[in-house]
Design a binder for this molecule. Structure first.
Ligand code: ZN
Ligand code: FE
Length: 242
């Protein structure tokens, strides 16, 4: 099976929309389209026709482009069944254990509540790729708007169990502020200090720091590394203070 081509479309302040193209079937998927126009333009520039939209959760900066993309392409929308009341016009409601496909590439749907109550991730195990939305970020995790630290702790265990080389596609460029906090949380962690310096240099050059990998997050993510629910909760509360 040929490798999926994954293209980053930076939109709004700090959102990343992901275009995923499968050469064999010619199918193109978009994950979490915050907006329609720049995503349609980016796909058009590649000669790709979008046939599917996958949403991780109901927030506007993840579904705002659904209607425009559907109107332009007829794409089918896959989204969390638990958030159907908040996401219009879903064709395929999904939850834990469901399998969704682009061409012959199959992703397992993981229920990862905490940022929102019905948040899902899409894990292409054979491709070593996971789309995590706003659940985990490079060196960070999503805010606990509709869930608990216990749920987020469980989510982190699931990500941690994935193979090290798994590429993690999150939906925001938050790495610099996350890295500053990470070094505060674990001042003696040399991997964190080194990564923060690297991230500072990349951001100064205007470069994206996403995707990340499970290996990098195991070494430098203070939420994945939190040793207990209480420690994760404490770190999340401290980060929320800014
Ligand atoms: Zn969100
Ligand atoms: Fe978001």
């Amino acid at each position: 099976m040929a490798e999926l081509e994954i293209l980053r479309v930076p939109v709004l302040n700090d959102n990343y929309v992901w275009l995923v193209h499968d050469n064999e079937s010619g199918e193109t998927l978009v994950v979490d389209p915050a907006v329609a126009e720049p995503v349609l333009a980016a796909a058009g520039a590649q000669g790709w026709a979008i046939s599917q939209i996958w949403n991780t959760h109901w927030h506007g900066d993840h579904i705002g482009g659904n209607a425009g993309i559907v109107a332009a392409t007829g794409a089918k929308v896959t989204a969390p069944a638990a958030e159907l009341s908040r996401i219009p016009d879903v064709d395929r409601p999904v939850g834990e254990g469901d399998r969704v496909r682009i061409g012959a590439h199959e992703a397992l749907v993981l229920s990862v509540p905490a940022h929102t109550a019905g948040h899902v991730a899409y894990h292409f195990a054979d491709d070593a790729v996971v789309f995590v939305g706003d659940t985990m970020f490079a060196m960070g995790c999503g805010r606990l708007f509709e869930g608990t630290a216990e749920q987020m702790y469980t989510n982190m265990r699931r990500f941690e169990a994935m193979p090290d080389e798994t590429r993690v596609y999150c939906a925001h460029e938050y790495t610099l502020s996350n890295g500053v906090f990470a070094v505060r949380a674990e001042p003696d962690n040399e991997a964190m200090t080194a990564r923060l310096a690297q991230v500072e240099a990349m951001r100064a050059r205007g470069e994206a720091t996403v995707p990340t990998t499970i290996a990098a997050e195991k070494a430098t993510n203070p939420f994945l590394r939190a040793g207990s629910v209480a420690e994760l909760a404490r770190r999340r509360a401290e980060k929320d203070k800014g």
